[in-house]
Design a protein around this ligand. Structure first.
Ligand code: GLN
Length: 472
């Protein structure tokens, strides 16, 4: 089987072929590496390709030959640079952690290792996952494989670009305000933000702890399910992780809620057209479309951009030049902090630390952080009420296809890209991004994506409706 076919197989197909011995893990790894050699220098999707990749594949093949049958045995995956793999660098694409070596495995990684996965390397991202384009990396931007003048989305842009260019069969990202779903949208792959607590956050570098989730990026919805199931579960190392009994089989009402009031402004006309066509096809398959109102959803961005910097500023306080990574000497202890953090953090990270400490400061806490917390609760109530009536809420994943590198140099215009994704993080609901066709820009076809949000623990609903979208 030729390399192009091998490197673009779905995990589900590859697993089947591995089981019948039609292909080996080493074949898959070599096919991915051929694409890495061809395109990574330009795309900058991987920050590092591990030196033992072939050895991992050979070990997986040997285990299979000895009769082992783990679900992901020999499947090569790419991992975002903020998820710890023991003994490997993990820098969060920041200078401050340039030489940091992970001392333990993230729980999600441990589970994937138990399932037999092979890890190809660590992928580029916006520094500390702050961004929507992967332009904020200290190691240069990643490019979109569909059009190299455009961004892959962010912050898990390296993972999405690696997958979309046949450099991996699946990838891990993290999603605090959309960072799995946005790059999935811009690169034409599937991305899942699980229910808050479904996958342990142990070993994921914290950005906004009440928002963060690790999520899979895959070629198909079935693959997303496979990776999700391999990683989920309660973990003593994360007290917010959910007990499996939380998951109840959802009764399908075949009803889709559409908050049309959110689509009235700012959505690209071609994206909107594809969205309406997709809804129409679902209607033809027997789904009822219901207009829903989420009055507070218009505030979601404002709520998110208060709470996330607040939490991030607290989480990033640990990078003090003493405990982790970069350390610079100044003239006093305070000066040590200032020199280390001033040199180690990029401009977007510094901006958010300043915003976060501001909204948390004694004089402004009630006006900003306190208010945002209340508004978050209202938004959660509205979503929960809507999801009592419908199976899923649907919107486009992003308001536009991938934009040009450098196009959104004003941070506020970049933040607007998150308009449809942040709500699920604020409310903890699971959300899935599924490709819904392509739009043409300067003669190049760019992917567009639809987002489905379900009730807490409703991943099964997302997967079943997601599959129907793939099939239409
Ligand atoms: N784009 C959003 C932000 O910049 C989301 C980031 C994320 O999910 N990690 O905060």
């Amino acid at each position: 089987m030729n390399n192009d076919i091998l490197a673009t197989l779905s995990i589900t197909d590859a697993t089947r072929k591995l089981a019948t011995k039609e292909i080996s893990s080493l074949d898959l790894v070599r096919a991915c590496r051929a694409n890495i050699e061809r395109r990574n220098a330009t795309l900058n999707a991987y920050l590092e390709v591990f030196d033992d990749v072939e050895a991992q594949a050979i070990a997986a093949d040997t285990r299979r030959a000895m009769g082992e049958k783990q679900k992901l045995l020999g499947i090569p995956l790419a991992v975002k640079d903020n998820i710890l793999i023991e003994g490997r660098r993990a820098s969060s694409a920041s200078k401050i952690l340039e030489d940091y070596i992970a001392p333990y495995d993230a729980t999600a990684i441990k589970k994937l290792k138990d399932a037999g996965a092979v890890f190809l390397g660590r992928t580029n991202m916006d520094e500390f996952a702050m961004g929507g384009s992967t332009e904020n990396s200290a190691y240069g931007p990643t490019k979109n494989p569909h059009d190299e003048s455009r961004v892959p989305g962010g912050s898990s842009g390296g993972s999405a670009a690696a997958l979309a260019s046949g450099m991996a069969l699946g990838a891990l990202g993290s999603d605090t305000g959309g960072s799995v779903r946005e790059p999935a949208s811009f690169c034409g792959v599937v991305g899942l933000k699980p229910t808050y607590g479904a996958i342990s956050r142990s070993g994921l570098m914290a950005m906004g702890s009440s928002l963060d989730q690790i999520g899979p990026l895959t070629r198909t919805v079935a693959d997303a399910k496979l990776l999700f199931e391999a990683m989920r579960g309660q973990d003593p190392l994360d007290s917010t992780s959910l007990d499996p009994s939380f998951y109840k089989e959802g009764l399908q009402r075949k009803k889709i809620g559409v908050p049309r009031h959110l689509l009235a402004r700012g959505v690209d006309a071609d994206v909107l057209k594809l969205f309406e066509e997709t809804l129409k096809r679902l209607q033809e398959k027997g789904y009822a479309l219901v207009d829903i109102e989420l009055p507070s959803a218009g505030l979601a961005l404002a709520i998110y951009y208060i709470l996330m910097p607040a939490e991030a500023s607290t989480n990033l306080a640990r990078f003090d030049g003493v405990r982790y990574g970069l350390s610079r000497r100044g003239e006093s202890l305070f000066d040590d902090y200032a020199c280390t953090r001033g040199e180690g953090f990029g401009p977007e990270v510094r901006r958010r630390i300043m915003l976060g400490t501001y909204v948390l400061s004694a004089g402004y806490y009630d006006a900003y952080y306190g208010k945002a917390t209340q508004a978050r609760r209202t938004l959660s109530r509205e979503c929960a009420a809507a999801l009592k009536e419908v199976d899923v809420i649907m919107t486009p994943t992003t308001p536009s296809p991938a934009f040009l590198i450098g196009e959104k140099s004003d941070p506020l215009s970049m933040y607007l890209t998150d308009i449809f994704t942040v709500t699920a993080n604020l409310t903890g609901n699971p959300a899935l991004a599924v490709p819904m066709g392509e739009v043409k820009r300067t003669k190049i076809n760019l992917p567009a994506s639809i987002q489905l949000t379900a009730a807490h623990g409703g991943e099964a609903t997302l997967f079943s409706i997601g599959r129907e979208i793939e099939a239409v």
